[in-house]
Structure formats: structure tokens, C-alpha cells
Design a protein around this ligand. Sequence first.
Ligand SMILES: *Cc1c(COP(=O)(O)O)cnc(C)c1O
Length: 354
Amino acid sequence: MSTLTNNIEIIKTEATKINDVDFDNLKFGDVFSDHMLECDYKDGKWHAPKIVPYQAITLDPSAKIFHYGQSVFEGMKAYKDTDGKAWLFRPLDNFKRLNISSKRLAIPELPEDYFMEGLKTLLDIDKDWIPTNQGSSLYIRPFIFASGKGFHASPADAYKFIICTAPSGAYFSGEVRVLIEETYSRSANGGVGFAKAGGNYAGQFYPTQLAVEKGYQQVIWTDDNNHEYIEEAGAMNIFIRINDTLITGPTSDRILDGITRKSIIELAKAENIPVEVRKISVKEVVEAAKNGTLKEMFGAGTAAVISPIAGFGYKDADYELPKLDKTYASYLKKRITDIQTNKAEDPFGWRYEA
Ligand SMILES: *Cc1c(COP(=O)(O)O)cnc(C)c1O
């Protein structure tokens, strides 16, 4: 039960930008829909959200986001089916994870209505921005940051929750080669790796730049103790197929609990694809590559859904993945996107009408 919808103030744009957008050539997340949702936390509570034209925001230079990085975000997608209905994928899981991330960053938790009703109202207003081309979707970026003032290193007393949306094409193009990281870490025990905290990604940029200089596109993160176990692929979870078994590491303080990851695990189980959630060492993967039992590696996350890995580098050696006609990656990606876009039955109850 919600009475919030009545409380969402809506200020519509006077000039839509939709006619400037080339929906046949969308990149990822660089054009933005007409409206955004904005919601303020002050005086100890979240105030009712507003929907306003997409616009710049003004902040005090001492706002704590700039100095102490108190910010969290989510990534989601909306799809439109052939009947013009809009769908989300497991959106409550994004809402719950946003609050899990917020708690770790000492950001006040957001009420469910503010997120769900706010998002649905926003999507309703900008429904025409949801692309219909194959592979395209409306990428949704909910985020919260500390807008409160002061140089004191302590949690802010004011925050902003914003949702922006961006019609987007496919995330990656071309073959992805990755470098298994031996020096830097994305996350640590007791740290914030499980949270979608802004600073986690800033910390990845430099090691990723070094990998790009060596000719790779992404870094495979390993555990921070000894760089012995495979943890994530860039900002995605990772799956490794050895013979016919799909393997992914267990979630922890260090490995983010991806919604795509857990959907792949459930789907694989339902389709009798052997799947193991366990630690997987770099040594095991290198040996499997050498003896020919390593069949596939892929990243999993909302943006790319599944991103196949063509090869990896480790300790100055390069390993190629075989080019198979039938891959788990393409099969599972099709199964998931068919469910997301209402082209297939959804026995799991994942799809959610927006
Ligand atoms: C967002 C993210 C993922 C993927 O999560 P999804 O819910 O599948 O989008 C995986 N790893 C990291 C580090 C992430 O930030």
C-alpha cells in the first residue's frame, strides 16, 4: 500500500530532446532522457521525491561527496516488448542492494516506496525513451550521495537520491582480452567491495589503464591476500567453464552479489547445466587452459548481461580461449534477455511490469 504516488511532484520539460536522439546508433549511457527523479534527505528524513527535467545540480564545494566519497549507486535496465509494455528485471533486488550499500557507507536507508514508486513514475513519463531495437534498453542509474556540507570527516547530514535514465546500445563490442591481476586489489576483507560504492570504481581505473597499455581491455581481480583466487572481471562477476561445468566464486565482502550472477546460477540449475559456486584458483584456470579443458570465461552484469572473454594474460604469457560453435555464454545470454524482454516465459518471476 502506497500513497506516495500522489506526493510525487512532477515538473515536465517544455522541450523534449527525443527527436535529437539516433536510436539506431546508441552508445552506452551517454544520452539522457528528458526527466530525472530527485529526492532529498535532510532534517533526519527523506522528503518526497520530485520528477524534474534532466538538469545540472548545484552543490556546496564542501559537500562531503567531493572529499570523502560517500556515494552509492545501482545499475538497472528497462525493456519494451512488441506490445509496447515496459519491463524491469528483479528491481526489488536492486532496491535492497542499494540499501545494503548505503548501510556500509553510513548513508541513511531509503524507503522502498520512494525507490519503486519513484522509478515507475519516472519510467511512465519517459516511456518513449525505452528503445525497442534488439540489444538496446533504457539503462537506469539510481544513486545516492552526500550533499551535506563540511570538511569534518564524518557522515553528512544531507543526501540526494537521484534516478537518471539513458537509452543505450550494447555495452561491449569486439573481443575482450583480460589480464589477471597480480599487484592491485579491487576489494579487501572487511572492506566495501560488496557495495556499489563510487570509490570502488575510481580505484579500478588505474590498474585497468595499466592493463589497457599492455593490450588488454579489462582486469580480472584476484583475492587481496595472495592474488591466488579469481574474484571478478572488471565491474562484473565472472564465470569460468571447465569441461561442461560452470564455476563462479562465492559472494563475500570482496565479491559483489550480482543480480545477473545469481540469475545465471538459477537458470543453469533449472536447465541442468552443472554449476559450482566455489573458490577457483588462477592455477586451476591456467592448468585448464594448458590441458584444453578450459572452454569459456565470461563476465556477468546488468550492463553487458554476459560478456565473453576471448583470452587472458597471466605472468607474461597469453592464453586463448577456444572458439566454440555453441557456448553457454550465448545460450544463457539469450535465455536471460528473452525473459527480460518478454519474449519467453518467466518461470522464475523475475520480470516486473513497470
Ligand atoms: C554491479 C556489479 C556487478 C554486477 O551486478 P548486477 O547486479 O548483475 O548488475 C558485479 N560486480 C561489480 C563489482 C559490480 O559493481
